[in-house]
Design a protein around this ligand. Structure first.
Ligand code: SAH
Length: 374
């Protein structure tokens, strides 16, 4: 039994063609599934009855199963989604006045072991399938009441206006499934988001950045975190494979096709580690040739981490040092930290298969302030 959430437009068209069905049938079904959020073939009323019967025997639309649904005091909402074998991943919806952003996971755990990230501390279990990646958007759309109604024109208004692949995992290490999910996000028969409003965040997988530029050049965010290779080797071990010079060259190449004329650099500020003004000056030199914006993320603590968040004054000084060089620099607001939904706090449930960790990290208990809607 295939799960139709695993197909983007091309692969669904091919699957239909193998059954003697025309491409427009695939488009119809794609619309029912993604635009209208329908998982029951009987509701697909403009699809021929005979085809609905075939679909019902050969296929299903199987969305993720939520284990927990928490809402933070600031309105941030987090779903813990079952992905089998007692594993689970997290998806976060961040409402703001002028937009709604969904933060999506790409892997169960992460293999990159960045020293400041709780997902990395848990080890790695497996890649998410295309269905499990796009299923997060499919599910959130339905739960948030954001699905479209058949026959009603698209007003262009979207509850989920932006998607960021900044949840658990390294999206570019799960390349094929990430790309299929991105294609669905952009597809007018599915979610119809513009490339500018879909962001892939990477710790710096250079060859995959080049592939993404050719395949689906959405907005790119790169987790930089350090001005020198010596420090970055420590914080982001992937740097030993793809050092800064190569990473920045890939960023420059990406700009040829990028939907925006800059790269976003994410920079986690860790007290006493990478937050001095000298670090900011070194950063300015490093990125001199790459049109960019900075998004500073004051370190979000999690149990078992020795790092600390810098004082607000230090964050401001760092921001000013970059802004004085005319680099647009924002400080990421901490959202949803009372339900452990902030950057670097997503833990889900990961059964480590890399055996790096003899003791499994258990995610912190959900605080009592949350509302349970599951
Ligand atoms: N693997 C991808 C996608 C994860 S994005 C990447 O590295 O970009 C998650 C973002 O949150 C990254 O920028 C990551 O570096 C940052 N982050 C991780 N742990 C954090 C923490 N404890 N505090 C603040 N930000 C953190």
């Amino acid at each position: 039994m295939v799960n139709l959430l695993d197909f983007d437009a091309d692969s669904l068209t091919a699957w239909f063609a193998a059954r003697g069905e025309k491409p427009f049938r695939a488009r119809q079904v794609l619309r029912w599934i993604h635009r209208f959020g329908v998982d029951n073939f009987e509701q697909m009323t403009d699809v021929a009855k005979s085809l609905r019967a075939i679909l019902a025997t050969d296929a299903e639309v199987r969305g993720p199963v939520p284990i927990r649904d928490s809402t933070a005091t600031d309105g941030t909402r987090k779903w813990l989604l079952d992905v089998g074998s007692t594993n689970a991943v997290e998806t976060v919806f961040i409402p703001e006045a002028n937009r709604g952003t969904l933060c999506i996971s790409s892997q169960v755990g992460c293999a990159l072991e960045c020293s400041f990230c709780s997902t990395g501390k848990q080890g790695f279990n497996r890649n998410l399938s295309t269905a499990e990646i796009i299923g997060q958007l499919w599910h959130a759309n339905r739960v948030l009441g954001a699905v479209k109604q058949p026959g009603v024109g698209d007003s262009g208004e979207r509850v989920i206006s932006n998607v960021v692949m900044m949840g658990m995992g390294e999206p570019l290490a799960n390349y094929d499934n990430t790309v299929a999910a991105l294609r669905l996000m952009l597809d007018d028969n599915a979610y119809g988001l513009s490339r500018r409003r879909v962001t892939v965040s990477t710790a710096g997988m250079v060859p995959a950045i080049d592939r993404l530029r050719e395949d689906v050049p959405v907005a790119l965010a790169v987790s930089l975190h350090a001005p020198t290779d010596a420090l970055r080797d420590e914080l982001v071990p992937l740097n030993r494979k793809y050092p800064l010079k190569e990473l920045l060259a890939a960023c420059q190449r990406y700009l040829d096709k990028a939907p925006r004329d800059f790269i976003t650099f994410e920079y986690v500020l860790i007290a006493g580690v990478n937050d001095r003004e000298a670090d900011a000056r070194a950063l300015l030199k490093l990125v001199r040739d790459v049109p960019c914006k900075f998004n500073l993320i004051p370190f979000n603590p999690f149990p078992g981490s020795a790092y600390r968040k810098p004082a607000a004054e230090q964050v401001r000084r760092f921001q000013e040092a970059l802004m004085q060089a005319d680099i647009v620099t924002t400080v990421r607001k901490t959202r949803g930290d009372d339900i452990d939904a902030a950057c670097g706090q997503l833990a889900g449930q990961v059964k480590d298969r890399t055996r790096r960790h003899s003791v499994q990290v258990i995610s912190r208990q959900t605080p009592q302030t949350e509302e349970l809607n599951a």
